[in-house]
Ligand binder design. Structure first.
Ligand code: BGP
Length: 466
């Protein structure tokens, strides 16, 4: 079986991870700047210097059969304070980038928020503060109108779950709180309301393009599939990461099953959620209007029942075997015999992506279309005289593409696949030794080198076969 001729073989990027120039050309501060400076481990400057190198990156796309690119617009480059004053230099920069995309026959898929809330809004509570919802909608409306001739494919948010868990459960994103289930659910809800309002504005204005949201999903299997407690633990984590957001996306309300689990998990913190009737009005309308969903998929989890104390350790160094994720009364993530892991302990389990795609089609039959907006492998690449032989990454991508084809065969409407990442770039909690790119970046010279995976991907894109 082959991919269709109009299938997108893309590469993904994100503004803060590749642009560099984080405080130049009129850009405002974002939540990460002070946070990273305080940590002192690494910074996002110059990263892959996309601000100046986008020309060569898009040329490489063209040369290597990459016909789509995920780009995010940095909100603070356009509105340095999040609202109000506009920075024309930032506006012009993205015009240049989009024009260069089209010159190279690379379709831009544009995300409006990829983890980089302007600091002014972040300091006032980020999306826990409902004012940020309205600021985001204003920023979105501005971009829809400004770039309407250049951008056809929009995404509102990247990975709402990652924002919630990394900010309020794992504590690895600014400003690092841990084990707060209530804030995690609340920010997910508020961001989905912001997404919905932006979708309604886009549709109301009648633009000739499409819009959706990117969710990060992981299939949650019970560690012991015959153990009822493990089955419940897997369901807890599934609702926490997947089902809460999928319900909001496709139904516009949370099912009874979802709310039972949400209420139980929130009560662990003695918390309450603010879910307003008017929120569901807009969520329900947007659920019917989304043109697609972006799915970022990296791994699955095997969950065991757990009543011990909260204990989370993030492996942000690539020291294999150092991760721990145990949440009291939710569950504990386990290793599983026979399932390999990367150096950062991410399970390599491509068949689980098939399971997730099929599940979406079954559980949310109004889903319309899915783009796999991120999938890829973090790896410590060896660079020998300009040659980067990344066979494990090729194998990772090949197997995920095989299961993508199988899902299409099973009736799931998958329209494209974006490798994370197009070129090597900054990784939020890991820095620079975790490389994902099809193109190796020498951060000293900013020279790009195609890896073996880039040559391999080119062939796939040309033949439509894996
Ligand atoms: C996703 C993000 C990306 C990217 C990727 C890899 O969650 O959308 O921005 O970073 O994961 O993650 P990491 O860099 O933590 O390995």
């Amino acid at each position: 079986m082959k991919f269709s001729d109009d299938f997108i073989f893309g590469g993904a990027t994100a503004a803060y991870q590749c642009e560099g120039s984080t405080l130049e050309y009129g850009k405002g501060k974002v939540s990460w700047d002070d946070f990273l400076a305080k940590q002192g481990r690494f910074k996002a400057d110059p990263a892959s210097d996309f601000y100046h190198q986008y020309g060569q990156d898009l040329k490489l796309c063209n040369m290597f059969g990459i016909n789509g690119i995920r780009i995010s617009i940095s909100w603070a480059r356009i509105f340095p304070e999040g609202t109000g004053r506009i920075n024309q230099e930032g506006v012009d920069f993205y015009h240049r980038v989009f024009q260069e995309c089209h010159k190279n026959h690379v379709e831009p898929f544009v995300t409006l928020h990829h983890f980089d809330t302007p600091d002014v809004l972040y300091q006032k509570g980020d999306f826990l503060n409902r004012d940020t919802i309205h600021a985001f909608v204003e920023f979105s409306k501005y971009c829809f109108e400004e770039y309407k001739d250049e951008v056809t494919y929009w995404f509102t948010f990247n990975e709402i779950w990652a924002v919630a868990t990394n900010t309020y459960i794992e504590g690895t994103f600014p400003n690092g709180e841990k084990y707060n289930m209530t804030k995690a659910f609340q920010i997910m809800h508020n961001m989905m309301v912001a997404h919905a309002l932006a979708v309604l504005e886009y549709k109301k204005a009648g633009y000739n393009g499409k819009i959706g949201v990117v969710q990060s999903l992981e299939y949650k299997y019970p560690f012991d599939e015959n153990n009822l407690d493990d089955i419940q633990a897997a369901k807890n984590e599934d609702v926490l990461q997947n089902q809460f957001l999928l319900d909001a996306t496709f139904k516009g309300y949370y099912s009874t099953e979802t709310m039972e689990i949400v209420n139980r998990l929130v009560s662990i913190n003695n918390g309450t959620l603010e879910l307003l009737d008017e929120d569901f009005d807009v969520l329900k309308q947007a659920a019917l209007l989304n043109d697609y969903m972006g799915m970022n998929y990296y791994q699955s989890r095997f969950i065991q029942h757990y009543e011990g104390e909260n204990d989370i350790h993030h492996n942000g160094t690539g020291e294999k075997g150092t991760s721990r994720f145990c949440l009291k009364n939710v569950g504990r993530r386990m290793e599983k015999e026979g399932i390999p892991r990367t150096d950062w302990d991410w399970l390599i389990h491509p068949e689980s992506m098939f399971d997730m795609l099929v599940r979406i089609r079954q559980q949310y039959p109004n889903y319309k279309a899915i783009y796999i907006t991120e999938n890829g492998m973090g790896y410590k690449d060896d660079f020998e005289d300009g040659i980067i032989d990344d066979e494990p990454r090729i194998d990772f991508i090949r197997r995920h593409l095989e299961f993508t084809l199988k899902a299409i065969e099973a009736g799931v409407n998958v329209k494209g696949y974006f490798v994370w990442s197009l070129m090597d770039m900054f990784s939020w909690t890991n820095g620079y030794n975790k490389r994902y790119g099809l193109f190796y970046v020498d951060y000293e010279t900013q020279k790009r080198y195609p890896k073996a995976s880039a040559y391999w991907y080119k062939r796939v894109s040309e033949t439509k076969e894996v």
